[in-house]
Write a protein that binds this ligand. Structure first.
Ligand SMILES: Nc1ncnc2c1ncn2[C@@H]1O[C@H](COP(=O)(O)OP(=O)(O)OP(=O)(O)O)[C@@H](O)[C@H]1O
Length: 454
């Protein structure tokens, strides 16, 4: 993402949200830069302004930006410098790019901004994350500290940061006096090094020891960094002694973090350690459905055809960020070209994402499985005969090829005895209709899909 690309997006943004909104809220923003971690920083006149834009237009902006720069994960809003200059952020430090807050951290604490969208309301609960969610909820109630620290861990993009921000939002809403400090382990280190450099260690210690709740994200970052670990250990102990709540996240369990001092490891394990499991199909579908609800208010006229969300939930199982990014891109493309969101648009706009998450299901495999199920020969499935006994299984196989592989319609047609892509399209549509009206076909297709994906 470059300043020029941001400039090029302006017209489309204006068309999406209307002249008035655009002039009031988007035009005053300026592009600052993008970090290696995919965080785009925009300069806003005030922190209220940044916060308003984040809450009301954040998803739309991310959608628009991702049409040009799919690697973008998040937008941070920086408050304009005194001279108004939009300086480039210093080299890829998350610390710089997130300094001023979407929801400013209280009392000049060196925390990172909280993402206004990461609340318990927007967190979808399913089997893989129910324990982590319940633990987070308990901590967010604020009562007496029962487990300290709460240690949340899990793979990339499974909701650790979302849950931490949700806890911070809720604690602050319940008790605005509370000092809740959220920052990444990287920022902790940065502050520590800065304090050393500026000979302000006393201030540093005092400040960290004065918070009521400390949240440190991605703690695995401090592994192998000896003096930062040491300082972290002292901060940790001082807060636990005062019975202050600590919440930590990492990408793996404490005993799997290499180069972590043993005394820190055992401290981290001394509270409640819960993991966020990889998502399952139901959770992914739930997240997509809840996201669609958010998008509906932004793009009220956009249609989303049946089967699209289910397809995405099946196909993109890597992490929620990728899943959300795919949906965001779909909405942006659909609004750009003024078309409904259907499987063709999915194939056109998400081919890279789909390729990356390609399951190893081949057209051959689908043809064989379907032929076997309907007890017909493979040669009849592919051959020219049009009798229903062969035609229906053939259409089902075509439908499954479209659903479970990222092959184009012409390619599928070629693999079914050199048929035209319109024949494939007709077949796919027919099965879509029949799935609505014929319970037996619907059941057969679902069973075949499961068998193929098993
Ligand atoms: N259960 C969920 N419900 C709704 N949104 C979710 C859920 N899980 C993850 N997300 C969304 O997925 C995206 C990635 O989540 P988050 O940043 O919390 O992941 P993370 O575990 O902290 O990843 P990383 O290890 O990269 O820091 C966010 O936009 C978040 O809102």
């Amino acid at each position: 993402m470059t300043r020029e690309q941001w400039g090029a997006l302006q017209e489309q943004i204006c068309n999406t949200i209307g002249q008035n909104n655009y002039k009031t809220w988007i035009k005053p923003l300026s592009f600052v830069g993008i970090s290696d971690r995919g965080v785009v920083t925009l300069n806003a006149p005030t922190s209220f302004f940044g916060s308003y834009v984040s809450q009301n237009f954040g998803d739309m902006l991310l959608a628009q930006i991702s049409t040009m720069a799919p690697q973008v994960r998040r937008i941070a809003y920086e408050v304009a410098a005194a001279n108004g200059a939009a300086a480039a952020p210093s080299p890829a430090t998350e610390v710089e790019e997130v300094k001023p807050a979407e929801t400013p951290a209280p009392k000049e604490l060196p925390g990172a901004p909280l993402d206004a969208r990461f609340t318990f309301d927007t967190f979808v609960v399913g089997k893989p994350n129910e324990l982590a969610h319940a633990a987070a909820k308990r901590v967010a109630e604020g009562g007496p500290v029962t487990f300290n620290p709460l240690f949340l861990y899990g793979g990339v993009g499974l909701g650790k940061t979302h849950l931490m921000h949700a806890i911070a939002h809720e604690l602050s809403a319940r008790n605005p006096q509370l000092t809740v400090l959220y920052l990444s382990a990287e920022q902790f280190m940065y502050r520590f090094v800065q304090a050393l450099r500026e000979r302000k260690m006393m201030d540093f210690k005092e400040m960290f020891r004065s918070v009521d709740v400390l949240m440190v994200d991605d703690v695995q970052f401090i592994a192998g960094k000896d003096s930062t670990q040491e300082e972290f250990f002292h901060t940790f102990n001082a807060l636990v002694d005062q019975n202050k709540q600590i919440i930590i996240s990492a990408d793996r369990a404490p005993d799997e973090i290499k180069d972590l001092e043993n005394r820190i490891r055992s401290r981290l394990q001394s509270g409640l350690v819960v993991d966020l499991h990889p998502t399952d199909y139901e959770l992914r579908l739930g997240i997509l459905q809840s996201k669609v609800e958010t998008y509906r208010s932004m793009y009220p006229s956009l249609e989303i055809e049946n089967g699209v969300l289910e397809f995405l939930a099946h196909r993109i199982s890597t992490n929620v960020r990728v899943l959300e990014g795919a949906l965001t891109r779909l909405f942006a493309f659909a609004s750009l070209v003024g078309k409904p969101i259907n499987m063709d648009l999915v194939q056109d706009s998400l081919s890279d994402v789909l390729r990356a998450s390609e399951r190893k299901i081949s057209i051959d495999e689908i043809q064989r499985k379907v032929a076997e199920h309907y007890n017909i020969r493979l040669s009849d499935m592919i051959g020219p005969k049009r009798v229903r006994t062969f035609a229906r299984p053939r259409q089902i196989a075509m439908y499954l090829c479209k659903q479970l592989t990222s092959r184009s319609l012409p390619e599928i047609g070629r693999r079914f005895g050199g048929r035209d892509h319109t024949t494939v399209m007709h077949g796919v549509r027919r099965i879509e209709e029949l799935r609505q009206s014929d319970g037996q076909i619907d059941e057969d297709v679902e069973m075949l899909r499961r068998a193929l994906e098993a």
